[in-house]
Design a protein around this ligand. Structure first.
Ligand code: TXA
Ligand code: MG
Length: 343
């Protein structure tokens, strides 16, 4: 669609649906979200039911740029306002102490709330139309729990189908960033400093440039974040990640064993059962990654083999998602190499 030419009627209908307590999927610059009125506990409960997500996993509340932070969060540190000024609208989520009026359902029972103002024009128009711009839209990624996040409206339709669970899917084209927002926890600044709960397009260094403090990695006591579970973002087909040289050997070995490999790579590689070559830049790779995982998941392959990106800072978000997608499939490559395909 042409983003200059928003479908105002669809956006108004989506805002009314949210106000009536229905679920609406909408595009953001990171991934598509499955939205509900954050102040309507029954609507938020419907998100958990639709996703099959455990109740104790909090959801991010999406706000219009003009929304007052103090309505949603308490004890807001000056660093939070500085980060919101620097990066909103944009792919950064701030974890803050929650205000007293925020329903438990949104916070998963924790004393904090995740807030973000997304940069996609359709998301912004929706947030401004919903409750006159004063509301908050609770929205996790619009996928079943543990599955790959959607970066196209079609991914959402594939995931939820036409059974009415999701009242509307707003189509805003392909999500530009392609992986979920960076999450930084500022709720325990005095004792823990800023904590990077999930790496993303906004880097720790970019955050440090604004607040003069580099966010640290989470310790064991950090709040639970489903996107930080060891296994997440996973297709049905097993995923393995290998560096370029190892991957060439594995491809040859699996071909000899009669195995079907779906390959996601960025440098030149020999042919496979199916392959997608992604841009060799962190932004280009992130933009294309989830659609590639979904496409390769549909190839009837024994394995999705991914060429491991460089271990540099700019690739942190992509490496994080790939590591979780590949979790638990160590050993699978060995198993496939050491047995031949049936029949
Ligand atoms: O880019 C994104 O953040 C997308 C789009 C739709 O905005 N949303 C997204 O939501 O990725 P979700 O629910 O799939 O992941 C949000 C993550 C989860 O890991 C959740 O546990 C964490 O944010 N989170 C939300 N509120 C939190 C809180 N109060 N404390 C700690 N983690 C929180
Ligand atoms: Mg998610």
């Amino acid at each position: 669609m042409d983003h200059q030419d928003l479908d105002q009627a669809a956006i108004a209908a989506a805002a009314r649906a949210l106000e009536a307590g229905a679920l609406v999927a909408f595009p953001t610059e990171t991934v598509y979200g499955l939205g509900a009125d954050a102040e309507n506990p029954a609507a938020v409960a419907a998100i958990y039911a639709a996703k099959g997500r455990p109740q104790d996993h909090p959801v991010i509340v999406h706000l219009a740029p003009e929304a007052p932070l103090d309505y949603w969060a308490a004890d807001i540190p000056q660093q939070a306002r500085a980060l919101a000024d620097a990066f909103w609208p944009g792919p950064l989520t701030l974890i803050l102490k929650r205000a007293a009026n925020i329903p438990d359902a949104v916070s998963g029972g924790q004393d904090t709330v995740g807030l973000r103002c997304p940069a996609h024009p359709v998301a912004l128009a929706l947030l401004r139309a919903f409750k006159g711009g004063r509301g908050g839209v609770a929205a996790p990624s619009a996928n079943k729990f543990g599955a790959v996040s959607p970066t196209l409206a079609q991914h959402v339709r594939d995931e939820f189908g036409p059974d009415g669970t999701v009242a509307m899917v707003l189509d805003g084209g392909a999500s530009q960033v392609g992986i979920e927002s960076t999450i930084v926890d500022l709720s325990r600044l005095a004792t823990h400093g800023p904590v990077l709960l999930r790496p993303g397009h906004v880097s720790a260094e970019a955050i440090a440039a604004v607040i003069d403090q580099l966010p640290s990695a989470p310790d064991a006591a950090a709040p639970r974040a489903s996107g930080t579970l060891e296994s997440h973002y996973a297709p049905h087909t097993p995923v393995a990640m290998q560096d370029s040289a190892q991957l060439r050997l594995t491809l040859a070995g699996l071909a000899a064993a009669g195995r079907k490999v779906a390959l996601i790579h960025y440098s030149a590689m020999p042919p496979a059962h199916a392959a997608l070559r992604l841009p060799a830049t962190p932004d280009g790779f992130a933009h294309a990654l989830y659609a590639a995982l979904r496409a390769m998941d549909g190839q009837g392959a024994d394995l999705i083999l991914v060429e491991a990106p460089p271990q540099e800072g700019a690739w942190l978000g992509v490496n994080d998602r790939l590591r979780r997608a590949a979790h638990g499939s160590t050993g699978i490559v060995h198993g496939l190499l050491n047995s031949s395909a049936p029949g």
